[in-house]
Design a protein around this ligand. Structure first.
Ligand SMILES: Cc1cc2nc3c(=O)[nH]c(=O)nc-3n(C[C@H](O)[C@H](O)[C@H](O)COP(=O)(O)OP(=O)(O)OC[C@H]3O[C@@H](n4cnc5c(N)ncnc54)[C@H](O)[C@@H]3O)c2cc1C
Length: 296
């Protein structure tokens, strides 16, 4: 992001960039809703017309084999490849392909910027780990990037939480499988492990307040809190999952914090960042007009 407009607590409409308001420019990029209402943003673009990727669905019964294979495979990928793997409890929706309707599945996701043949070769160990139900990896225009996750496009209520893991050893994968695997009767409809690293792991060229750069893997989960039982069970099982991976967890990603309490999200920043954010909050929003994880 190179510039944005924001209405701050004093009612002033500001145009902010690295030169005009360096502190606010640093803080809003990572500090969530704590400093004002953003009204527009300007981004630099990267030319990337195509990629090789998509998703492969496997039967949920293969989850242990696939998650352990992914744990060994994903960290060895280069920076031009990104991947995640998700446990999905799909609804019996007629809009879904018949192979997937109403099934508990594993969804392997890939985005590779290099040549198609290279992407296919990279995927070989994962394709060999189990028999796919549906294989949707191929050459895609960048405009089709949402095909990688194939998330629903209609709005729906979700209850979500996330965490950042420093490492993903076998015990952490086993903890995820125990809490959320095919035999867990978990009400969560998505539990995702996503590879971090690459450019995220390096300080931004123009520094910002983004937390979680240190992580190896993001864990994200969500359920649909429809009905009184699910409204209790979904948060409870999400909390149990996060507890189970607590030994490997350090902080989280603000974007994937979901329903985490503000003081939990505040704990995602290192001490220096949190103190700098708090100092700016005292300057630009001392009365706490805007809520959020940063407090004066
Ligand atoms: C299924 C699913 C998949 C997801 N996948 C990804 C992913 O791949 N990558 C990723 O980065 N994230 C992902 N997310 C997380 C998503 O990007 C964040 O939840 C995002 O913040 C949603 O923005 P929103 O404006 O829709 O939500 P909101 O809940 O409305 O807003 C999120 C936060 O931003 C604040 N906010 C909203 N509007 C403004 C504004 N104008 N000015 C200042 N603050 C504002 C809100 O107060 C709130 O704290 C996913 C979420 C879901 C449910």
């Amino acid at each position: 992001m190179t510039r944005f407009g924001i209405v701050t607590a004093d009612g002033v409409v500001r145009t902010v960039d690295a030169g005009s308001e360096p502190d606010l420019f640093w803080a809003v990029r990572g500090g969530r809703e704590s400093f004002g209402i953003v009204t527009w943003m300007e981004f630099g673009l990267v030319e990337q017309p195509r990629f090789h990727g998509g998703g492969i669905f496997f039967d949920g019964g293969d989850a242990p084999r696939l998650l352990h294979a992914w744990r060994e495979w994903a960290p060895g990928l280069g920076e031009d490849t990104s991947t995640s793997i998700a446990l999905l409890a799909l609804p019996p929706d007629p809009a879904l392909p018949p192979e997937l309707r109403g099934r508990f599945v594993v969804h392997l996701r890939l985005a590779h910027l290099g040549a198609a043949a290279e992407g296919e070769a990279l995927l070989a160990p994962m394709r060999a780990a189990a028999v796919p139900l549906l294989d949707g990896v191929g050459e895609l225009p960048w405009a089709a990037v949402d095909a990688v996750h194939s998330d629903p496009t209609d709005p729906m209520p979700v209850w979500d939480r996330g965490a950042v893991l420093d490492t993903l050893p076998a015990d952490a994968v086993d903890a995820v499988l125990t809490e959320s695997g095919p035999d867990s009767s978990s009400p969560l409809v998505l539990v995702e492990l996503r590879l971090l690293g690459g450019a995220l792991a390096r300080p931004a060229t123009v520094p910002n307040a983004v937390a979680g750069r240190h992580g190896a893997v993001s864990l994200y989960c969500l359920g649909v809190p429809a009905g009184p039982e699910a409204a209790v069970q979904v948060p409870a099982r999400a909390a149990a999952l996060l507890d189970a991976v607590a030994p490997w967890t350090r902080g989280g990603l603000v974007n994937l914090a979901g329903q985490a309490a503000p003081d939990t999200v505040a704990g995602y920043w290192d001490d220096d960042t949190r103190l700098r954010l708090a100092a700016l909050k005292r300057r630009v929003d001392p009365a706490g007009v805007f809520g959020g994880p940063v407090t004066a």
